[in-house]
Design a protein around this ligand. Structure first.
Ligand SMILES: Cc1cc2nc3c(=O)[nH]c(=O)nc-3n(C[C@H](O)[C@H](O)[C@H](O)COP(=O)(O)O)c2cc1C
Length: 197
């Protein structure tokens, strides 16, 4: 059965609750293949993907996810355990793929030299969609004390830790909305009166 890519894009959701159960290694590999084939500036391929499998490391990642929320809650109460963003993402039940990227692999760009982050982001969305296409739920977790995560996973000091993509057997059904099409897409120019020059 073929599924329309547009439908896949519309039905992909951020799934944060997972049912236990193994994900076949070939499916994990397929998801990682999606990451590998994502585009990057001049094809420099700055991103790397760490499939965290060892239960002991996953447990430390889980503890770090909790600490990361606790640190943010110090400044913003919405990250406190009872706040709207207080949920600590599950690092134990799903497959966990950490995404890191090398700032040295950015091209000279007169405005920004952050192509290494853009490339990693494209890999993340590719994994998210591919996992969904294989029937899994997943979510990208950006919320980390990045230096601690790097130390835990042996990431070189100057590399950027983007976060962790988690996916597995979905344990929840989600619905989501988006802003109306005409609120986000403009033709020719941004709406509003032009500013006097
Ligand atoms: C860059 C980025 C960072 C995100 N970080 C987190 C996160 O740290 N924890 C989390 O549970 N969800 C995270 N999400 C998931 C978003 O909350 C989710 O995609 C959004 O609410 C829209 O819902 P949908 O993906 O189901 O359409 C992140 C998504 C993106 C794109």
């Amino acid at each position: 059965m073929t599924v329309d890519l547009g439908d896949l894009m519309r039905t992909r959701r951020a799934i944060r609750k997972f049912r236990p159960g193994p994900v076949p290694a070939e499916d994990v590999r397929e998801v990682l293949e999606a990451a590998r084939w994502a585009p990057s500036p001049a094809n420099v391929q700055p991103a790397r993907f760490i499939w965290v499998r060892a239960p002991s490391v996953k447990e430390r990642l889980q503890e770090l996810a909790r600490e990361s929320k606790e640190m943010s809650a110090y400044w913003d109460a919405s990250f406190a355990p009872d706040g709207p963003s207080g949920l600590v993402n599950d690092m134990i039940t799903p497959e966990t793929i950490a995404v890191v990227s090398d700032p040295a692999k950015s091209l000279t760009n007169v405005n920004d030299e952050n192509g290494f982050e853009w490339a990693a982001a494209m890999s993340i969305y590719a994994m998210w969609l591919r996992a969904h296409s294989l029937g899994y739920g997943g979510v990208f977790v950006q919320h980390w004390l990045a230096d601690d995560a790097k130390r835990l996973l042996n990431v070189p000091r100057l590399w950027r830790f983007l976060g962790v993509f988690t996916f597995g057997h979905s344990g929840e059904a989600k619905e989501q909305t988006r802003l109306p099409f005409d609120d986000v897409v403009f033709v020719d120019r941004f709406p509003g009166a032009p500013r006097p020059r």
